[in-house]
Ligand binder design. Structure first.
Ligand SMILES: Cc1cc2nc3c(=O)[nH]c(=O)nc-3n(C[C@H](O)[C@H](O)[C@H](O)COP(=O)(O)OP(=O)(O)OC[C@H]3O[C@@H](n4cnc5c(N)ncnc54)[C@H](O)[C@@H]3O)c2cc1C
Length: 390
């Protein structure tokens, strides 16, 4: 039994986490062993299989209610599963849990028809989507979108503009596109639309190869004509995309924090194991204080980040969900994970730098965690505002 301080917050869902870990060990680790060494991103059909299998076992999108196809888990349980996926070190484990290509909280505000047609297949792991929010001149500042949505007399909408850095656009079944409705009028504002990826006027432009193999895409909206019912949430959804989205951002940030903590725990374990075995100058390198400094600092920071994340998740279960808490947890966990992976790589010397070593991959992979779901600077802006500053 673990005696780490954070274990106090892990006991409640121990059985669930054990059963997820057993699924990863028995089913995903053998599949991951077959992955080609040169690719960081598992093939789309394998990711689809993992998603579907995990949904059947009740893990994928587990916090969605049973009537939508989920398992009705408390949020803190989902956070622990994301932690376990990162800690496993299995490259397929993250795809067993819903991420940015899975059920969108925005669709929880969808009309009955949108819930049936779009949300439920996402919860079952049968479909994926992408979110097209960022634009070439509007990233952190998502309130200044220039993509427009114009309502015609017939009630149809026409979307124009460019979206950038969109994950999963190459494989998604549909996009949730946020555009400025009623530009130049008092009505409207940022509005979310469902756009099928095979829409003839929606074009994938540039593809960006990222640090960790995941591809991001530009989406070009070339007068994309949509029916009136494409607005997420119907009439009530017009101008409400960012308001509704902001409500769900906290949970997304806590999930990212949990993934980071899991990755950091895994990287630390690799560092400790190596330091106990590797010898230099006639000693195990773990005996040297400079090496201990890397690993002990990491241990302290991982434990603190984990406690913070798990406590925030527990508060969400209790109905306390503040942007400030989620920002604190995401900021702490993502920056910690970057440092911990770096330190464990240092402990490994050249061995960790070689392509194919898990730390070489994690060093590139973990960096995006300080950008997605709001950069570290933006998390600080949120906390500063909550402190009455600025
Ligand atoms: C791996 C990955 C996946 C992504 N997936 C998606 C996706 O699926 N859909 C999507 O729409 N977007 C996606 N993005 C884009 C992501 O949301 C944006 O990159 C992010 O919001 C930052 O915007 P930006 O890159 O335009 O940077 P900018 O907003 O231009 O920021 C540049 C720098 O200025 C800082 N900064 C900006 N404003 C402030 C401020 N007020 N105070 C202090 N510092 C500030 C930022 O922190 C950053 O350091 C993804 C990005 C990555 C890396």
């Amino acid at each position: 039994m673990s005696t780490a301080p954070s274990s106090v917050l892990e006991t409640e869902h121990r059985e669930l986490v054990d059963s997820f870990e057993s699924f990863v060990r028995r089913e995903l680790v053998p599949l991951a062993a077959e992955l080609p060494e040169d690719g960081d991103l598992p093939p789309a059909d394998l990711r689809a299989y993992v998603r579907g299998r995990s949904a059947k076992l009740g893990f994928y999108a587990g916090d969605y209610p049973e009537e939508l196809g989920g398992s009705g888990m408390p949020f803190s349980a989902v956070v622990l599963l994301h932690h376990a996926a990162g800690r496993s070190g299995c490259p397929l484990a993250p795809y067993a849990l819903a991420g940015s290509d899975g059920p969108s909280p925005l669709l929880r505000q969808g009309t009955e028809q949108q819930v049936e047609r779009y949300l439920k297949p996402l919860v079952r792991g049968e479909a994926t989507r992408c979110l097209a929010l960022t634009e070439p001149n509007a990233g952190s500042d998502a309130f200044h979108l220039t993509s427009t949505a114009t309502r015609e007399e017939s009630g149809e909408w026409v979307l124009s503009g460019r979206k950038t850095f969109v994950s999963n656009a190459g494989h998604a079944d549909f996009a949730i596109v946020v555009a400025q409705a009623g530009a130049g009028t008092k009505e409207g504002g940022p509005t979310a639309f469902v756009v099928e990826m095979d829409h003839p006027r929606l074009r994938i432009g540039q593809a960006y190869d990222g640090m960790s193999g995941e591809q991001l895409y530009e989406l070009v909206l070339d007068e994309v004509r949509l029916p009136a019912d494409a607005v997420v949430g119907g009439e009530a959804g017009i101008g409400a995309a960012l308001g509704n989205g902001i409500d769900s951002l906290s949970r997304g940030r806590l999930v990212v924090a949990a993934m980071c903590n899991g990755i950091a725990e895994y990287a630390l374990r690799l560092g400790v194991e190596y330091a106990r075995e590797r010898r230099a100058f006639g000693e195990r390198i773990g005996a040297y204080q400079h090496v201990q400094e890397h690993l002990v600092s990491s241990r302290a920071e991982v434990e603190a980040a984990k406690l913070l994340t798990l406590a925030c998740a527990r508060l969400v279960d209790e109905g306390v969900e503040t942007p400030e808490n989620a920002a604190l947890a995401k900021l702490t966990a993502s920056e910690t994970a970057v440092r911990v992976v770096d330190r464990s790589l240092r402990v490994h010397g050249a061995t960790g730098w070689v392509r194919g070593h898990p730390l070489e991959f994690l060093y590139r992979y973990v960096r995006m965690m300080t950008i997605i779901e709001g950069t570290s600077e933006i998390q600080k802006v949120i906390v500063a505002r909550a402190m009455g500053l600025g």
